[in-house]
Design a protein around this ligand. Structure first.
Ligand code: GDP
Length: 315
């Protein structure tokens, strides 16, 4: 099967990794959010892209899901001693990625080409495509004013109350070369269990991507389980935007884009409500969606593809 997955950071990376480890693996393209990208020490940092790549290469830090395993912190500690910014933890190995990426971007190469070359070195089989080679920084609108995404997310630990989001410059951005073709050729689109507001929305906002997806069979996995996010501010964002966080809210969020939706077993009680929603009917599948181990990722990925296959056959 030919799959295109849409992913943010940790939640997206885990499912993308599960899909890539299936036996046999599907032909997989992962489109990754770059709205979180930012600059620190003059370095271009792409947190979601790196999280996806490190997971696909099997070299992620297991307890956090982001950063590198067996990481060294010499540079970080020296920066701390010097009184430099230490709110964003950059490990020594991780820094090599940012240094080399920044050097190549500075010489005019696009992010997608650099990412593809890094993936080759890290022996990553799936195609990993940043959503755009153009910068589209996410701005979080909050009760403390407009905040750059990482200032909100890491520096302020998601504490400000959110009132909205802006994807700066998105109207003039273009999808990375290859994205629209990959979508066109896909049998199934999988929206990973990533934050709908700040991981998936930025991808859908890049001109051309949403309309290309509307032509395809699209499945999503809820990042909200029993009213809470597994990690991060997704549930808090729903509340602050005046919506009760639930798998139902996520299904509503993606609206008519979805043909199928996978919710956690803990939310089985919501199944009927989601199936019978007012917009076009949705096929819903219940699974154990909390990926705590590598085996969980592969098992869930297998269930996602089986459910996708079932929907393909019914259409
Ligand atoms: P971030 O950029 O690292 O925040 O990454 P994502 O947007 O990809 O992931 C964050 C979202 O993924 C949160 O809303 C989590 O609730 C969700 N998430 C993380 N791990 C899991 C998991 O194992 N299962 C499910 N269903 N959701 C998850």
């Amino acid at each position: 099967m030919n799959i295109v997955a849409l992913a943010g950071g940790v939640g997206g990376a885990k499912l993308a990794d599960g899909l890539a480890r299936l036996n046999p693996p599907p032909a997989l393209t992962v489109i990754v959010n770059t709205g979180d990208d930012f600059n620190l020490f003059g370095l271009h940092i792409s947190p979601d892209l790196d999280t996806v790549c490190y997971n696909l290469a099997g070299m992620e830090q297991r307890n956090t899901g982001w950063g590198r395993a067996d990481e060294g912190w010499d540079v970080y500690q020296e920066i701390q001693k010097l009184g430099g910014p230490d709110w964003f933890r950059l490990g020594d190995k991780d820094l090599a990625t940012h240094l080399e990426r920044t050097r190549r971007l500075g010489s005019g190469e696009p992010l997608s080409k650099i990412t593809a070359d890094f993936c080759r070195v890290w022996e990553i089989d799936p195609a990993v495509l940043p959503m755009s080679d153009d910068p589209v920084p996410t701005i979080v609108l909050t009760d403390q004013g407009e905040l750059a995404f990482q200032d909100y997310f890491v520096k302020l630990s998601c504490e400000p109350a959110v009132t909205g989001f802006r994807f700066q410059g998105v109207e003039n951005s273009q999808p990375t070369p290859g994205i629209l073709q990959a979508i066109q050729e896909a049998d199934l689109i999988v929206i990973c269990p990533s934050n709908p507001w700040v991981s998936i929305e930025p991808i859908l906002a890049v001109p051309g991507i949403r309309s290309a997806l509307e032509e395809k069979l699209v499945l999503a996995i809820s990042p909200i389980i029993a009213g809470e996010a597994v990690k991060g501010p997704a549930a808090k964002m729903y509340l602050e935007m005046g919506i009760i966080p639930s798998a139902t809210a996520v299904a509503k969020h993606y609206g008519n884009l979805l043909d199928g939706f996978i919710i956690d077993k803990q939310d089985e009680g919501l199944m009927k409500v989601i199936i019978n929603r007012e917009t076009h009917p949705l096929k819903v599948f219940c699974a154990d969606t909390w990926m705590k181990t590598r085996e969980d990722r592969v098992r869930l990925a297998g269930e996602v593809l089986d459910f996708g296959q079932q929907i393909i056959e019914e259409v």
